[in-house]
Design a binder for this molecule. Structure first.
Ligand code: FAD
Length: 439
């Protein structure tokens, strides 16, 4: 489905409770109270849809791209929080006892403490939850622990909001909305169940084994896995998987890594992994034969199905991993498209698979341009960073008009190169990008 249809579907879903409230045709109240209810309804609906915007649903993240999906998830989380915080303060309360003649609660807002309590609890938890997500790195939690807290916290908040909506809500107490909220909450919780229970169950029956683990440079590794008793996974060159080595598939110990191999008859899957933290820093303890599990394949950094006659791959550091997959696939298919690889590193020791890349260059498979920011004295290649000036040196003017640009690397490189490409007239749909990190 195209992104525009997703956007439309998203708007329909988050506005559904509002629409049903309107259709309930209840006596009108002051604009302030209607606004307060509306914001509450919207906040709850947005929070429930957040469960499927976690990046773990391929239909969504492979259409929008993981980066956009996660950023949208983060943005909507903040918007829902704002609406939820405004919601109770906008109400104009009519003091005094319950009015038996006001059965539609046109004049009053519930003041029953027990009906409000779940809402108060969610009201306190939600900001804490969003702030903890924004500052997760500063909190110093292991990534896996943060994921567990995020999942459990989201489920608790959703259930509290459901109870609050049904006990205290004017519109949410209507039968149509009661069932809509129950259905939406059940789907949201099922999304968690799918990711953390059903997927691992599938992985348990589709195991992989480490077939190679070798240091390529002081901090980069070549890791490969082979399927055990099944035919492997379908993927497109440039995509990524969630990889778990040595832990139970139910354990949350999984990290995203781009596939550096190309889909072919050989089901072995390869990765280039840079040491960074807990898992990647312990690759020296991984051995051939270790059990592995993957959740695959994700990502939109792929040139399959694209019709541009030229492909410019721009990689910084370990951003080379998906580019290797793409180049290998082009070599396997004898792809007629003209390929250029611009590969930036700090020093020449950090270049991985140099012989293979040089071979592509020699045979005309791809023009390979190495760029070093700290070159040795005898370096004859390009120096500095991959920026606008370097692009102009390497990329022919005509390529800006017709080429497909594929970017992967440090955030600063992505921002600089993307801006330079846009300034040179490259349309957004001809720039594919993947960030290895999101804040
Ligand atoms: C789509 C994608 C593709 C990637 N491909 C590669 C690749 O081919 N090669 C490579 O070396 N690295 C790749 N990465 C980065 C890689 O996932 C992280 O370096 C790795 O997860 C760090 O794990 P750790 O346990 O060693 O570090 P930790 O100690 O857990 O964390 C260090 C930092 O890494 C980030 N991080 C950790 N786990 C995750 C996670 N599950 N998702 C997102 N960020 C995380 C967090 O910002 C964290 O602060 C990719 C990331 C993404 C999002």
């Amino acid at each position: 489905m195209r992104p525009i249809l997703w956007a439309f579907a998203y708007l329909c879903v988050i506005c559904l409770p509002l629409a049903l409230s309107w259709l309930a045709d209840m006596p009108p109240r002051s604009i302030r109270n209607e606004l307060a209810s509306g914001l509450g309804l919207l906040a709850f609906a947005i929070i429930l849809v957040e469960f499927v915007l976690s990046g773990r649903f391929r239909t969504i993240s492979n259409t929008l791209g993981l980066d956009i999906t996660i950023r949208f998830h983060q943005l909507m989380g903040r918007i829902a929080l704002t609406f939820a915080l405004l919601h109770p303060f906008l109400y104009r309360y009519l003091p005094g006892p319950e009015r038996p003649w006001d059965s539609t609660r046109q004049l009053s807002v519930t003041s029953d403490f027990w009906a409000l309590l779940p809402g108060i609890a969610a009201f306190v938890l939600l900001p804490a939850f969003v702030l903890a997500s924004i500052h997760k790195d500063a909190l110093g939690y292991r990534y896996e622990r943060w994921r567990l807290l995020h999942g459990v916290g989201a489920a608790v908040i959703a259930v509290l909001l459901l109870v609050h909506a049904q006990t205290a809500g004017r519109y949410s107490g209507q039968p149509m909305l009661v069932w809509t909220w129950r259905g939406m909450t059940a789907l949201a919780l099922f999304a968690l169940f799918y990711v953390y229970v059903l997927k691992p169950m599938y992985q348990l029956r589709h195991r992989w084994r480490v077939s190679r683990v070798e240091r390529l440079t002081p901090r980069q590794w070549d890791v490969r896995i082979v399927p055990e008793g099944h035919r492997g996974a379908d993927y497109q060159a440039g995509q990524f998987v969630w990889l778990n080595i040595g832990h139970s598939p139910f354990s949350l110990y999984e990290n995203p890594f781009s596939i550096s191999s190309a889909p072919s008859d050989d089901p072995e899957m390869g990765f280039v992994i840079k040491e960074l933290g807990d898992f990647t820093g312990a690759l020296d303890q991984v051995a051939v034969g270790d059990r592995a599990y993957i959740d695959s394949a994700y990502g939109t950094l792929t040139i399959e199905g694209r019709s541009e006659p030229e492909v410019v791959l721009i990689a910084g550091g370990v951003g080379i991993a998906p580019m290797l997959g793409i180049l290998r696939k082009m070599a396997l298919d004898d792809d007629a498209r003209i390929a250029t690889l611009i590969y930036g590193n700090r020093t020449s020791e950090k270049i991985v698979f140099r012989d293979e890349l040089d071979q592509y260059d020699r045979t005309g498979r791809a023009k390979v341009v190495h760029v070093l920011s700290e070159p040795p004295d005898d370096w004859t290649g390009k120096t500095g960073y991959i920026d606008a000036a370097l692009l102009d040196c390497v990329v022919p003017l005509a390529t800006y008009k017709t080429g497909l640009f594929v970017l992967c690397g440090p955030p600063i490189m992505l921002t600089t190169v993307e801006r330079a490409l846009m300034e040179r007239g490259v349309s957004a749909d001809r720039i594919l990008m993947e960030r290895f990190q999101y804040d």
